[in-house]
Design a binder for this molecule. Sequence first.
Ligand code: PSU
Ligand code: MN
Length: 305
Amino acid sequence: MSGEQPLIVSDEVREALDRGRPVVALESTIIAHGLPRPRNLRVAEELEELVRAGGAVPATIAVLDGRPRIGLDKAQLARLAGEDGIRKLGHRDLAQAVAAGASGATTVSGTAFLAERAGIRVFATGGLGGVHRQWTRTQDESADLRLLARVRIAVVCAGVKSVLDVPATLQRLETLGVGVLGFRTAEFPGFYLSGSGEPVDWTAGSAAEVADVLRAQDALGGPPSALVVANPVPTEQQLDPELHDRVLDRALAACEREGVTGQAVTPFLLDHLVQHTGGASLEANVAAVRGNVRLAAEIAVAYAS
Ligand code: PSU
Ligand code: MN
């Protein structure tokens, strides 16, 4: 590690950042651990194309052979999607992965940490991690929340996965001082579902309005924190709410029964939902991520101009 660059920023991303051109950071855990193979690689490539079509440069973030990379080439993206043994890295795992020469996909916390180090202001993902429903017993709260309280980055997401305790997660975001902005909605989205039933205090009607909030954050200064831009999956692409509720209860019970804990909980629940909705949750998940990536590109373009 000594003497080497701690972060490797691809030439394309470096050039865009140097020129003040729009860049969108993309999370990689959803690719390596959130979506089934081989669909995951096609989605990863499609997301990068969507960012380009929106006039911004994609920067998928991961750690390969101990090197944190901001911006992956085709072969690196394929490794991430297809290689066995790719770890799941939150921000607390980054130093260990670097020292060990390990390869891993970064979660929202790991990605936001590295994106901010590289100077990227806008980030797209599927859903944030959050407070789990069994929190009083397990204390399982994603490190995503606390990290987002410490980096100035906009995270475009479709809410938090409905496998979580959504009201408790919103409460934690409030306590941690992380701003939440509904995009064209006054209701916090429900990831697979367009709405969660929980209200949001602030709504933006366009990417330009979101960019205004980012500039206001920059101008106000002070201790950095993220802005969660909550972008609902379109109603016609959401998961059938009745199917969602039924399958979710079974997924939570299976998780409990099989004693799944820690980092394995989120991938287990997501996979269970895919299996037991005949793939419908996967389609809703991909639709949500696509929408977030498109919006993130629009926001990055509006912010750069
Ligand atoms: N959203 C998805 N699929 C995912 C995740 C989010 O649509 O796989 C990942 C993100 O990387 C998020 C992580 O940061 O799940 C949260 O994991 P944990 O609960 O272990 O912190
Ligand atoms: Mn967890």
